[in-house]
Ligand binder design. Sequence first.
Ligand code: DNO
Length: 344
Amino acid sequence: MKMTFRWYGEKDTIPLNYIKQIPNMSGVVTAVYDVPVGEVWQESKIARLKEHCNKANLEMKVIESVPVHEDIKLGKPTRDKLIANYAQTIRNLGKYGVKCICYNFMPVFDWLRTDLKKVNPDGSTCLCYNHDTLLKLDPKNLHLPGWDESYTTDELNGLLNEYKGISHEQLFDNLIYFLNGIMPACDETGINMAIHPDDPPWDMFGLPRIIVDSNSYDKLFKAVPNKHNGITFCTGSLGAGRFNDLPTMAGKYCNRIFFAHIRQLKYTNDLDFAEAGHLTKNGDLDIYGVVKQLVKNGFDGYVRPDHGRNIWGEDGKPGYGLYDRALGACYLNGLFEAIEKECK
Ligand code: DNO
């Protein structure tokens, strides 16, 4: 496995050399953030980003994310042009040595939480999700990290209306159409596409969510068998669904897992959860079991610790501070080392 760390580009308050100081850190997972969704990422921007990373002795092999335009998800006539742009971005990234692109196909909103700074008894803070609170939120007036806040209220209303006609099946067909459109660029460049599961893995505000469980993956690989069509195995997103048996899934889909986001959470009620430190014993997800299945099945992709708590007084970007993610990376390094040696 190759250990990586998410870095939000030049605006990130965490310096690259701090990231490099984390043991076993091979590279960062990053993105070009100042190109509107749907437009081609110019080579000059990619080159600049890579230069920054390489100067700090970090690789830039994984991009998270190249966002997918809503018109593609909606299957609108404009999609062909947008898919061609996406394919061009893949080709441009390929020229700079990128190997894996993480993306998602969630309508309108990316990951959703109801509290970004829940204070734990030990004084740390974490992200959490409460379903009743979410139902009370107004989707037209949400301010959460992780999703595109650049929509005006009118645009957001318009989008939410357009999705009223889109069923799960239709959205899935639009995903397949998109993948078939970009696979030639992946064949040319060798880039692997790694779809991120929907977080949490159930419908939100009446919007369909389709990458939620084993069944979604079986359908996905059946529809697009190309070897570059794969997944980001995000334990926290999939694990929020009690129906997902993570170790079994990690083993079953290992050859399609190009990238793993590993984090922990604790169930607090039927659908509710709070994020926790990475260790297996800190929550309800069997992180040890997941890593064991990955190793046993020959996983050699990219790994990153995912959301951390804010600890030691750090007031970092929720989920993306330095300290707890660094601790997570160290825990995962140890798990991998021990299991790899055991499995030899
Ligand atoms: C949240 C992240 C997601 C992820 C996208 C991938 O912390 O895991 O925002 O980057 O869904 O497209």
